[in-house]
Design a protein around this ligand. Sequence first.
Ligand code: NAD
Ligand code: 89V
Length: 348
Amino acid sequence: MTPPLKGLLIGCGFFSRNHLHAWTNVEGAAITAVCDLDADRARACSEDFNIATWHTDASIMASGKFDFVDICTTMDTHEALVAQAVSAGLSIIVQKPLAEDIITCRRIEANARAKNVRVMVHENFRFQKIFRRLRAILDSGEIGETTFASLSWRNDIDVYSNQPYLLNTERFMIMDVGIHMLDLAQFLMGDADTVNCLNQSVKQGLAGEDAATIMLHHTNAATTVIDISYATIRRPSSFPQTLGVVEGREGTIQILEGEILRVHTDKTVRDEVIEDDKRDWTSAPWTQIQDSIPRIQQHFIDCLKSTNPFETSVRESLKTYALAEAAYESAAMSQLVNIQNLEEDGGR
Ligand code: NAD
Ligand code: 89V
């Protein structure tokens, strides 16, 4: 029996507890130490999750005690932490957003590639059960070639109490939520090449946009419309559900509240209710997001062991961050933007 891969978790803040719970569900790996600049946070995670050691200096990555690192810090810290992990030769899973702009994302990717270190972005929306099932229905051909999709995230959850940094993030909604939708759009509909985007700042006092409407043209001529808002008053709130539709030449799949896929063909319609894994540590309203974390973390470990490519490798993710960059460019210039060259070294 091969021993489990040993992991270091860096960043013991709000979302880290979901990572740590999820690592207890992952086969073939274990978190053997945690690290946070804040000793109280590091110690609390170590004690609460029965993890032997805790640290306050990320240079412990170079101790030779770990096989991988799980970076659960905010995007402003990712380039430095990934660089330290690359230098230590550790495989890396790093939380979204990878970085605040495409130039930094490209630098992170190029540095890891140059040293042949494997890096995956923890982008978990595509690992939600409802989207794994939706992808499987598309793969079955039941609704034919896709032509249109809409992905909608509209609620007014108080995201700011748990994630206060979002109040002061200048590139807010597209980098925090839009990045999930842009990855989902590519996961479901394929690569995109042009972007049209309108941003809005609805809630008073935020540094960045809290609503955006993005239209993608996919290379197979399909269109995706993404609409996101943290300023939408609806009761009950639909948080954290992504709602919408995928249309094909032979049918339609609606993504409905209550994690329901409604599959229409010319002659039939059926509902599929997607149940979460009923883990004892997940709880409303975060269940749908929490439920995806063991799945993405297991994918990371399985790919490390099998050398199969990560679905959300840092290289693949450059497409997503190029679309996000293009969305900001489009909103600033009020025009359509082609992402050509944006994801490549030396691009804009
Ligand atoms: P947070 O600010 O609550 O926690 C981050 C922690 O990292 C802090 O405790 C900080 O002290 C620590 N840290 C920062 N730099 C460090 C360093 N160099 N060495 C050691 N520790 C360091 O942040 P959070 O809300 O937990 O979010 C972390 C990331 O997770 C964000 O990028 C966020 O977008 C993402 N997130 C993802 C999901 C999801 O996967 N669906 C949900 C929520 C948040
Ligand atoms: O899930 C996330 O990435 C969080 C949220 C979108 C809920 O704000 O940052």
